[in-house]
Design a protein around this ligand. Sequence first.
Ligand code: IMP
Ligand code: MG
Length: 171
Amino acid sequence: MKIRQLYSSEEIAARVSTLGRQISEYYQDRPFTVIFMLNGAIFFGADLVRALPCSARLFLDSLAASSYVNDQSTGVVKVRSKLKLPLQDREILLIDDILDSGVSLQSVTKYLMDGGAKEVRTCVLLDKEVPHTGLTAADWYGFRIPDLYVVGYGLDSEERYRHLSFIGYME
Ligand code: IMP
Ligand code: MG
């Protein structure tokens, strides 16, 4: 099996810096909490928050959730960890690697709102061109991609290939 490059690390970096500008325009001087979805958002999230202005108003936390078994979505999202920061009345920016069916982001958004968050906005690196079942669309996304299984820059196939600096699809 070969991995073919879809986006280079340079293309990703350019897009991340644009997203950083758009997101900082939205939050301006308001405090907000960034939550990385583990493990997929580790590289995207790390690069994106560093594209935001250095501010004491940005709080950082992470959450582990999963719905995939053997590269297939089970449709049921399990939150596997606890947040360190309180949610009450906070504006949350939830960052994930990819939006596919939208079930993961929708479930986690509900989990955060049920926990008392004031607002949850979402940012994904990749938005797959599949019928989204009308569940959720991300507030910000990096690239819209065809319905391919992609790996790299945080995205995995059964925990492999996350460390690749580019995004590729499996042939
Ligand atoms: P959704 O719940 O169907 O939107 O799936 C989103 C989650 O599934 C993401 O956070 C990824 O972990 C995983 N996922 C979906 N598509 C891919 C892919 O092409 N490559 C790697 N992971 C994927
Ligand atoms: Mg994931």
